[in-house]
Design a protein around this ligand. Structure first.
Ligand code: AP5
Length: 215
């Protein structure tokens, strides 16, 4: 099974993808996470991506598509994967189609997670990420047991550099500009499912699992 999660920043794509990946026993491929790892290791890709990410802009399509191509070729992605944060525009959607066609595989389900702007801002301004295992928390909605320490691995939690008010605004602007065409693209392929992601995370997850298992 191959799944794409679309949705604005803060809709909960990462939160849902992590849990869904465990349930379905397949890798969660987040372009944002892979890019942030490259930035923190100061790789060539990270150095090229950093400035775009700090400004809330999209990293150039060709860099991201190459990264996704090599990730889906890893052995753990052979039986399926969940793509989170890719594609983000029509050019990336077309590139993904080419990547899939060359490997003789298809996408089974595209979930479009929607959330109101008030919810998005509340979620992003309180988000905490783990510097060790990448787990996701929220100061109020999903707090760690011990302040600023990850429940899973004990590493320190941090606030993402792009979760500042100005950058959040820019990321939302970029999303609004690109998303309508992307949703139309997948709607035409008849595998798009809209999910209201304002609700409790477990309700959202169960809804997605229901669609995936044909319930
Ligand atoms: P990326 O990391 O993909 O960020 P994003 O798309 O802006 O999405 P977020 O990670 O902010 O939100 P999310 O929907 O995953 O929400 P989360 O689950 O964390 O990309 C970052 C940057 O990388 C981009 O700006 C761009 O520069 C670059 N990039 C990435 N992909 C690219 C691409 N394909 N092309 C070009 N550039 C690319 O949840 C948010 C918070 O809410 C958390 O604290 C969580 O605990 C909480 N929460 C989640 N769900 C719920 C719920 N149901 N109830 C209560 N709280 C909840």
């Amino acid at each position: 099974m191959r799944i794409i999660l679309l949705g604005p920043p803060g809709a909960g794509k990462g939160t849902q993808a992590k849990t869904l990946a465990i349930r379905l026993n397949m890798p969660h491929i987040s372009t944002g996470d892979i890019l942030r790892q490259n930035v923190s290791k100061a790789t060539d890709l990270g150095k090229k991506a950093k400035d775009y990410m700090d400004k809330g802009l999209l990293v150039p399509d060709e860099l991201v598509t190459e990264m996704v191509g090599s990730r889906i070729d890893q052995p753990d992605a052979k039986k399926g994967f969940i793509l989170d944060g890719y594609p983000r525009n029509i050019s990336q959607a077309e590139s993904l189609d080419s990547l899939l066609k060359a490997r003789n595989i298809t996408i089974d389900k595209v979930f479009d997670l929607s959330a109101s702007e008030a919810v998005i801002v509340q979620r992003l301004s309180g988000r905490l990420a783990c510097s060790g295992c990448n787990a996701n928390y929220h100061i109020k909605n999903m707090p760690p047991k011990k302040a600023m320490i990850c429940d899973n691995c004990g590493s320190k939690l941090y606030q993402r550099a792009d979760d500042k008010e100005e950058t959040i605004k820019k990321r939302l602007e970029v999303y609004k500009k690109e998303s309508a065409a992307l949703i139309k693209y997948y709607s035409a392929q008849k595998n798009l499912q809209e999910i209201c992601a304002d609700k409790d995370a477990e309700i959202v997850l169960n809804e997605m699992v229901g669609f995936v298992s044909g319930r």
